[in-house]
Design a protein around this ligand. Structure first.
Ligand SMILES: NC(=O)c1ccc[n+]([C@@H]2O[C@H](COP(=O)([O-])OP(=O)(O)OC[C@H]3O[C@@H](n4cnc5c(N)ncnc54)[C@H](O)[C@@H]3O)[C@@H](O)[C@H]2O)c1
Length: 341
């Protein structure tokens, strides 16, 4: 695996909260490859124990302050916390906001207070392009208005604000990374996207292409975009993981606060994603046109200038065919273990 070779972490312990999940497990693998030890803190509500391979697992819920304090005390030299744990399924957030606010906001507050008590003053927080909400001005830059329309986006923005207040009052150093659409998988196919329920386009389209589910529903074909379908910014999960290593190195060199988009700056339409899957895998995606879904924006892609300026980050693995190839390899290796019918 290509690693952040020039950004060695020199035996550091890094606490990865949500390290058993999709993005977290890739972050752990890259921390390990860069010479650090990832310590995963995860309640396995959505993550997978089999994805924790590069360091120990502390199986706790971050809202359990006592358990969290005990876990942090077992790793006294930890230099940084990466906070990825959250509820992420947008539809569930609309139906059950209490649970979302509890997990995402109360969870983050409990973690921040436990970090203060343990005197850990570096944080990398997983935020999202969903904090920007309704805007047709593209690309989106970090200082554009944040008016999230979903409960999910609102909880992530609330945590962003909380972190800014802890920086101002208590000296917490932080980098908030606003990821765009995470996609792809580890080149060795050891880990990948295994959400349940899965709501992301690429894994669902691959299941359809492999005949493991019915035709994909293509939501909205009459948008004001070149081919009528929604346009999104797909960033390879290993590029996201690299951004964390770069953020850690920048904080070591004195960066005290930053909000940074992690995207490619390139918009890819849903039809283009499906075409890439057909081309790369040799299995065309069966699909049927469906009406627009409420709340979907027509276009969403990042201004990537700040990531380059603040972190020295440019994507390496995020061309669509590389994303598709890596995801297909991963899903195929899993399906090989559990064949359809
Ligand atoms: N996947 C994307 O495209 C995307 C895009 C933007 C932002 N993000 C953010 O990145 C982060 C990771 O996303 P992901 O796709 O890897 O999700 P995921 O569900 O695969 O991983 C989240 C992990 O957090 C754990 N977790 C949740 N609540 C917890 C709690 N209370 N205590 C301990 N552990 C808990 C889960 O078990 C899981 O392992 C999330 O914060 C998400 O909001 C993801």
């Amino acid at each position: 695996m290509d690693t952040a070779e020039h950004h060695k972490l020199d035996g550091q312990d890094i606490l990865v909260v949500g390290g058993a999940g999709y993005i977290g497990s890739h972050v752990c693998k890259m921390i390990h490859a860069a010479g650090g030890r990832p310590i995963t803190i995860d309640n396995l509500s959505c993550g997978h124990e089999h994805a924790v391979k590069w360091g120990p697992l502390e199986r706790i819920d971050i809202r359990d302050r006592e358990a969290l304090d005990a876990a942090l005390s077992r790793w006294p030299g930890a230099s940084c916390v990466v906070h990825l744990a959250s509820s992420i399924e947008v539809g569930i957030g609309e139906r059950d906001p209490a649970n979302f606010y509890s997990n995402n906001v109360v969870g983050a507050l409990t973690l921040l207070d436990a970090m203060r008590a343990a005197e850990i003053d570096r944080l990398i927080f997983s935020s999202t392009c969903a904090t920007y909400g309704e805007t047709e001005t593209m690309p989106i830059a970090e200082d554009d208005p944040q008016q999230p329309s979903s409960v999910y986006g609102k909880t992530k923005l609330a945590v962003e604000h909380m972190i800014q207040s802890y920086h101002a009052a208590y000296g917490l150093n932080y980098v908030t990374l606003r990821y765009f659409n995470a996609s792809g998988a580890d080149a060795d196919a050891e880990i990948g996207e295994e959400h349940d329920p899965e709501t992301h386009l690429i894994p669902i389209a691959m299941q359809a292409a492999a005949g493991r589910r019915g035709p994909l529903k293509l939501f909205g074909t009459d948008y004001d975009t070149p081919d009528g379908t929604c346009v999104r910014d797909y960033i390879h999960v290993n590029d996201i993981a690299r951004a964390h290593i770069l953020a850690m190195k920048q904080m070591e060199s004195g960066l005290t606060r930053a909000e940074v988009n992690i995207g490619t700056g390139v918009g890819t339409s849903n039809r283009e994603v499906l075409a890439s899957i057909g081309r790369v895998t040799g299995h065309p995606v069966p699909y049927e046109d469906a009406p627009r879904r409420a709340g979907d924006l027509s276009r969403l892609y990042s201004d990537e200038g700040q990531a380059k300026k603040v972190l020295g980050f440019t994507p390496r693995y995020s061309d669509m065919d590389t994303i598709i190839r890596s995801a297909w390899n991963f899903h195929n290796s899993r399906w090989g273990e559990t064949r359809a019918d």
